[in-house]
Design a protein around this ligand. Structure first.
Ligand SMILES: Nc1ncnc2c1ncn2[C@@H]1O[C@H](COP(=O)(O)OP(=O)(O)OP(=O)(O)O)[C@@H](O)[C@H]1O
Length: 233
């Protein structure tokens, strides 16, 4: 099926890890996956099915054993680690389940520092983002002084600060109660829409998944068959 221009294209991706006994374990084999420009897609899959591994490969935090990952036409698997770091800073936003905020810095500083490797620090843009996320009166609070939902919004602001083309979110609402999770998700989605950024969100929460028009189950497209305890016995 023809869709609009693809922002993310994955082909023949394979990733394995060494288990604690030193045996190579196949974790990910994905023949093809694409996300269009500005598209919002959810990725589900049972625990251990490789969702975080896949997001980390897309973010260039690690390299696959084989396969292609193209983002906006750039093949990131052939870039050096430093080039992947620069590419991530310029073009990607990442919202982690645990937010990964710098605890010693305020909400505003967390967003501004996230801009340092991208187009450059811009305090007023960072402040504007936090205000749009309803944190105008929390700019100078540290993460430990913010509620979990407020920390999540700081993480979203930081992910969007560099005007990324693709936002990767790994269970971003996993630590919120259902009401706040729904609100935070809608806020993140509308911010991505406004910014023209595509969103690839990992979740196993049905209430979150059903809000997406497109939801891919990694268990369906991942053909890796890790050796189970029975199989290796
Ligand atoms: N650094 C590593 N070394 C060895 N094995 C690893 C490593 N990272 C992940 N794995 C294995 O790869 C598999 C997939 O892990 P991953 O974190 O991608 O799953 P997930 O789908 O995100 O799970 P969850 O929903 O529980 O977070 C797991 O079986 C895990 O044990």
């Amino acid at each position: 099926m023809l869709r609009g221009m693809n922002l993310l294209e994955i082909e023949g991706l394979a990733k394995s890890y060494l288990d604690p006994e030193g045996r190579r374990q196949d974790v990910l084999r994905v023949e093809s996956l694409a996300v269009g420009e500005g598209e919002q897609m959810a990725l589900r899959g049972r625990s251990g099915s490789g969702k975080t591994t896949l997001l980390n490969l897309i973010a260039g935090l690690g390299l696959p054993d084989a396969g292609h990952i193209r983002i906006g036409g750039t093949e990131i698997t052939t870039l050096s680690e430093a080039a992947r770091d620069r590419f991530r800073a310029r073009h990607l936003g990442y919202v982690f389940q645990t937010f990964n905020l710098l605890q010693g810095y305020t909400a505003l500083e967390n967003v501004v520092l996230g801009m340092a490797f991208g187009p450059g620090r811009d305090r007023s843009a960072a402040q504007g983002l936090l205000e749009r996320l309803g944190l105008g009166d929390r700019l100078h609070y540290r993460p430990g002084q913010l509620s979990v939902g407020q920390q999540q919004r700081v993480a979203v602001a930081r992910a969007l600060a560099n005007r990324p083309r693709l936002v990767l979110a790994d269970e971003p609402t996993g630590n919120l109660d259902p009401t706040h999770a729904g609100e935070a998700l809608e806020l993140m989605r509308s911010m991505c829409t406004d910014a023209g950024a595509a969103l690839l969100l990992v979740s196993h929460d049905e209430a979150v998944l059903e809000r997406f028009d497109r939801c891919v189950d990694l268990s369906d497209i991942n053909t890796a068959r890790p050796a189970t305890a029975e199989a290796t016995r």
